[in-house]
Design a protein around this ligand. Structure first.
Ligand SMILES: [Fe+2]
Ligand SMILES: [Fe+2]
Length: 175
């Protein structure tokens, strides 16, 4: 079937995909600041250990994602959503501080659950970028999805076998 433009490219669909991609990237951009600050509090609350250094590295990876997502937003002629920025910045700071009082298990569990959503978000974004024929963007987003899966696997491995896991799994459906 011919496209509405007659050139093999359907402009309303392109516009729709672009708008959806921008929205997902704006969510991801702000989500990364929340994650980065939450992880900063998280590793700061732990004693020196391999887990602590891994979470410190994860924080650095989240800042790197934020930088890359920000570049794609600029590329798409857009930028961050300032309301989301304020909300997620506050959320990250609050979570970061709460790690000092909530104990070990809860931040680990919720970090893992959050990471599983992040990888899905980047995969959805990559599918839209593919529709827009933005090959470099697809590659970059899939690479970030892969790193989010690694993060999720790390948190899954640290909570495995914990006595609270079965109940948390039933209520929050992750692991
Ligand atoms: Fe990330
Ligand atoms: Fe992550």
């Amino acid at each position: 079937m011919r496209s509405s433009t007659g050139f093999g490219y359907n402009l309303p669909n392109v516009k729709r995909s672009k708008d959806r991609l921008i929205r997902i990237l704006q969510n991801a951009y702000s989500g990364e600041v929340a994650a980065a600050y939450a992880y900063r509090g998280h590793w700061g609350s732990l004693k020196d250990s391999p887990e602590r250094s891994r979470i410190k590295d994860i924080e650095a990876e989240e800042w790197d994602h934020r930088r890359r997502v920000g570049e794609w937003l600029t590329n798409l002629g857009s930028g961050p959503n300032m309301i989301r920025e304020k909300v997620f910045w506050t959320m990250g700071r609050t979570l970061g501080i709460s790690c000092y009082i909530s104990g070990w298990f809860m931040p680990m569990y919720f970090a893992g659950r959050l990471e599983s959503k992040n990888s899905e978000e980047y995969e959805d974004a990559a599918a839209l970028a593919r529709d827009l024929k933005m090959d470099e963007c697809v590659k970059d987003l899939l690479d970030m999805a892969r790193v989010e899966v690694e993060h999720e696997e790390f948190f899954r491995s640290v909570v495995a076998g914990h006595r609270l896991l079965p109940i948390m799994k039933t209520v929050f459906r992750w692991s």
